[in-house]
Write a protein that binds this ligand. Structure first.
Ligand SMILES: CC(C)(COP(=O)(O)OP(=O)(O)OC[C@H]1O[C@@H](n2cnc3c(N)ncnc32)[C@H](O)[C@@H]1OP(=O)(O)O)[C@@H](O)C(=O)NCCC(=O)NCCS
Length: 413
């Protein structure tokens, strides 16, 4: 029986949410605030559903965001979320059908790219998504957390409450937008979910009511917020492992970065500090007197899918002036493939379709992986993912696409 793929209606929000949660092995919370939060976050005209008769058997939504690209401009980006197919209907092509419809809509809305977090890294490459940034989960025994060069911080760290966090943290986030390529806007409803923790699950080792209440800390200098973090107490009743688990740490100045880490490491009765996401080139490792003590676990972070190569490649800036012809062989969305000439100089860059012979040939996942500066063409060519068609093109492309900072964004969606 054929399945119908269409946008859900306002009235279908509850079965849509139920379908998404069920596929993730959860049941939606019965708390009315949780449903309201879901409605506030979701955009009805972006939530694709797959129907088997009247039954929703697949979901694929997106939030409208903007993403910073190298050079500091932002591009409209679809933050893809809730991609699910019911366990009863998997591996029948429904996921692929929804992905195709969604990418078509992304393009029609004038968004050059879509972004997502992959629950499994096996899933999205086939649909042209590439791992565009990596990040590290870090942890350290606080007895080994001394800094080599203590930076003098003239500001200070203080606790703020939920309402203050909701008011002030977004201002730091806005400043962070220009700090990292790949940083994405976070809408109010996503701040609400993050800060109020409506949908948060309890952490291991936390059983007492209230143990999952986060603490919010803010670094200010001359009244200006420079960074924040929020964390929960981890393993509160285990003296060996008692520590803090930092959910989010964002600092836009070096002073804020140093002061917030120092604060976290120096809390009494805290033996372990962990943080679920720091940039791969974060300076913390270099600040520690005994850096090997910092456990770093790398992982893929946001995956990107470029649906409009000329728009995406014209929007960013390049480290080197030059020309490059790139062929993108896009089997999943042939309308997003072709040969494109990239022409970059000090004033900016222009990318347009061309019939010239390509210098490099690759798939959509590879250009997406390299786009924010988070992956090198040479490395992917060594993995047989990119073909160099003119000598020296890989080296040139590596330099052109390189960025001073590794791309990073801790936004969960
Ligand atoms: C991921 C998911 C949406 C895929 O839906 P689906 O309808 O089964 O996907 P399709 O049938 O269109 O699969 C297309 C191809 O991808 C493969 N594939 C899809 N998901 C896969 C997975 N999780 N593991 C391995 N292969 C997978 C299929 O085998 C198929 O391969 P083929 O083209 O070689 O036959 C579904 O498995 C799911 O709901 N998973 C649980 C929730 C989840 O993790 N969602 C992703 C959130 S980021």
């Amino acid at each position: 029986m054929p399945f119908e793929i269409r946008l859900r209606t306002e009235e279908e929000v509850e079965p849509y949410r139920l379908a998404a949660d069920t596929a993730f092995g959860e049941m939606p919370s019965s708390n009315p605030a949780s449903l309201q939060g879901y409605k506030d976050r979701h955009e009805t005209d972006r939530d694709f559903a797959a129907f088997d008769g009247n039954l929703i058997v697949g979901t694929a939504g997106a939030y409208s965001t903007r993403m910073t690209v190298p050079g500091g401009a932002t591009i409209p980006t679809a933050a893809v979320t809730d991609v699910t197919v019911q366990p009863t209907h998997r591996r029948r092509g429904i996921g692929a059908m929804m992905m195709r419809e969604q990418l078509q809509q992304v393009r029609e809305r004038g968004e050059p790219a879509a972004a997502l977090w992959a629950s499994e890294s096996i899933i999205y490459g086939r649909w042209g998504y590439g791992p565009a940034m990596q990040h590290h989960a870090v942890s350290i025994d606080t007895r080994h957390s001394r800094f080599d060069n203590q930076r003098e911080a003239s500001g200070n760290v203080r606790f703020v409450d939920v309402e203050q966090a909701l008011e002030i943290f977004p201002t730091v986030w806005d400043r962070a937008m220009s700090t990292w390529p790949g940083f994405m806007t976070r809408k109010a409803a996503l701040w609400e979910r993050e800060i109020r923790g409506i949908d948060q699950m309890k952490r291991p080792g936390m059983s007492r009511p209230g143990d999952d209440t986060p603490f919010f800390i803010l670094y200010e200098e001359d009244g200006s917020p420079g960074g924040y973090a929020f964390y929960r107490t981890a393993y509160p009743s285990d003296p060996e492992r008692r520590g803090i688990a930092i959910k989010e740490f964002v600092a836009v100045t070096e002073a804020a970065h140093a002061a917030l880490w120092r604060f976290c490491f120096d809390i009494d009765l805290v033996w372990q500090v962990s943080c679920q996401s720091v940039p791969v080139d974060d300076q913390l490792w270099w600040m520690l007197a005994d850096p090997r003590r910092l456990n770093r676990t790398p992982n893929d972070a946001i995956w990107l899918r470029i649906v409009d190569p000329p728009a995406a490649l014209s929007a960013r800036r390049y480290a080197l002036p030059g020309k490059l012809v790139i062929e993108i062989v896009d089997q999943f969305c042939p309308w997003a493939g072709g040969r494109f000439e990239l022409d970059s100089d000090e004033d900016g860059a222009v990318c347009r379709p061309t019939s010239q012979q390509p210098d490099l040939a690759m798939g959509p996942a590879e250009i997406a992986a390299a786009y924010l500066g988070g992956a090198r063409f040479t490395t992917m060519a060594r993995a047989a993912r990119i073909e160099e068609r003119s000598e020296g093109a890989l080296k040139k492309a590596d330099i052109m696409f390189s960025t001073q900072k590794a791309p990073w964004c801790p936004l969960e969606f």
